[in-house]
Design a protein around this ligand. Sequence first.
Ligand SMILES: Nc1ncnc2c1ncn2[C@@H]1O[C@H](COP(=O)(O)OP(=O)(O)OP(=O)(O)O)[C@@H](O)[C@H]1O
Length: 352
Amino acid sequence: MGAAVQLRDVTKEFTDGRRTVRAVDGVTLDIRAGEVFGVIGYSGAGKSTLVRLINALEVPTAGSVVVDGTELAGLPERRLRPVRAGIGFIFQQFNLLSSRTVAGNVAYPLQVARWPKEKREARVAELLEFVGLTDKAQQYPNQLSGGQKQRVGIARALATSPSLLLADESTSALDPETTRDVLDLLRRVNAELGVTIVVITHEMSVVSYLCDRVAVMEGGRVVEHGDVYDLFARPREVVTRRFVGTALHDRPRPDVVERLRDRHAGRIVTVAVTDDEGSPTLLTRLLREHRVDGSIVFGGITEVGARPLGSVTWDLVGERGDVDALLDELRRRTEVVDHGQGRATGATGGAR
Ligand SMILES: Nc1ncnc2c1ncn2[C@@H]1O[C@H](COP(=O)(O)OP(=O)(O)OP(=O)(O)O)[C@@H](O)[C@H]1O
């Protein structure tokens, strides 16, 4: 697959009086044609500025931005316009025209592009059907729910058949169920229309549901990027770990670990579960081989990109040497966090 967007050592600085802010700092990235690419980061990380550079709404201070094979640096405004026309944009706050009907909003970019009326009406009907709003064509934005408004925003962004869609916090104003609907629609836009999508978000759940690859931004830099599953399974940077933690909820926090140790007597360990390693099925076999008893005390396995991922925390009871041998074998296969021996006494036993 070719690159839809190539960023090479892109920097963007803003000068505000005497202070200079480096909003984007030396970013190099390739966004492939046909993929859904996520950019995640906390507020102020530089995500929106990065997107505005791709959309040619900002000019880089240094570096190169190539969109669909066209180098944007140094292009005059009249040459930037067709590049922007090939890019759709959807916004957190929908940005619909309140005085126009749903159909009127979707028709707007076609009017700007001077499509004849008949062709325009046929295209609007087709788009409203695609987003499931045919029956709302004559309503006004204030008669719609948030999810419906974003569907109108998506139909409008697709009107001129862009090959690239930029979605800046497109679900941040929506409740979880509506978010899911909008993300499903974006999946269809990618799968059925072949549109490359760049999703800007601060929510890792959006990344895990929608994206093929992701870049993590902090302080204007891309600190880590890659395949979404790999990044979830093996986050390297602290900020990435924090984001992954918000989506998975499978690892016990320190206060939970302390309660688990109070409640149980065996060795408390968290075992990472990935595609083919660390599963409870595998653990059950290893426990038998090493003559160790184990029970699950915390954790969860979810799906990222339709592949299993998570971790399970076990209370392992057996001879210390057997438990150690079991953990050595597990460590060769997957990530293991040893929280130490439980403190409970009594019937549950503990290390024998
Ligand atoms: N036009 C501007 N003038 C001055 N500073 C700016 C401008 N645009 C962005 N910045 C600064 O650049 C940094 C990155 O901002 P940006 O909006 O790209 O971050 P973000 O990750 O999108 O955050 P948010 O999610 O809050 O929008 C911030 O420190 C911001 O204050």
